[in-house]
Ligand binder design. Structure first.
Ligand code: 3PY
Length: 252
């Protein structure tokens, strides 16, 4: 049975005090996760260690970074390596979010290197893919996403793929308030799973977790998560409000 995940992508938000409060509020709700369900918090780098200690190994709760370097170590001022993240107990790393691709020119090839380093350091990549609005309008989204998968993931072995989570985030739905309809999300998730099946076989495809991201909120999470190929969500703004995040988790 594949894992179901709700991951909160905090992006560049909150002070340390606010971050502590948010984690405490989320934990205080005493959420009962079922077997195979996970909650992942992707905090800014400076809060990872604090978040780790606040989570206190709470079952089902995991920690993520929002990025990691494409190089192993060395003279890369301002970068944070996968090895560093691993040394402080980070479980997941979000790679290839559209904001990283757009504002920091991250290519599919760069992301392939980041994925390799994360895996080599026992960190599970949450690999983001998704098309911009003009590609969706031209109905070329399948080809676009297939290329992202091919160029960043298909060098991996089947064994390595077991540690990958895919997040489909249509760029036109990020920070815009627009959400893909449940049918649009399901279509793309089924397409991604079929691509994985064609490359790695049916079992690998059935086992891979595919999250939906892009303005997911309490009011639409239920419908999205009910789709057979949607295994949870990568949540932006709504992950910053404990009550909203809890409500989304309750739809898992
Ligand atoms: C959003 O929900 O807007 C996101 O970008 C999640 O990563």
């Amino acid at each position: 049975m594949r894992k179901k995940i709700v991951a909160g992508n905090w992006k560049m938000n909150l002070t340390l005090g606010q971050a502590e409060q948010l984690i405490n509020d989320i934990l205080q709700a005493g959420l009962r996760l079922k077997e195979g369900q996970e909650v992942v918090l992707a905090t800014p780098f400076p809060y990872l260690l604090k978040a780790k200690s606040l989570l206190k190994n709470t079952p089902g709760f995991y920690l993520a970074a929002q990025n990691s370097a494409s190089e192993k170590s060395g003279a890369y001022t301002g970068e944070v390596s996968a090895e560093m993240l691993s040394s402080i107990g980070v479980d997941y790393v979000i790679l290839g979010h559209s904001e990283r691709r757009e504002y920091f020119q991250e290519s599919n090839a760069t992301l392939a290197k980041k994925i390799d380093l994360a895996l080599a350091n026992n960190i599970k990549p949450i690999f983001c893919c998704g098309e911009p609005l003009e590609i969706r309008k031209a109905e070329k989204q399948n080809e676009y996403v297939a290329k992202q998968l091919e160029e960043s993931l298909y060098h991996l072995t089947e064994e390595q793929l077991k540690n990958i989570v895919i997040a489909y985030e249509p760029i036109w739905a990020i920070g815009t308030g627009l959400t893909a309809s449940a049918a649009q999300a399901q279509d793309m998730h089924a397409f991604i799973r079929a691509q994985i099946a064609a490359k790695y076989g049916r079992e690998a495809a059935l086992n891979i977790t595919i999250l939906y991201g892009g303005s997911a909120k309490p009011s639409n999470a239920g419908e999205l998560f009910a789709c057979p190929d949607v295994d949870g969500g990568l949540i932006g703004g709504a992950s910053l409000v404990a009550a909203d995040f809890q409500a989304i988790i309750s739809h898992l």
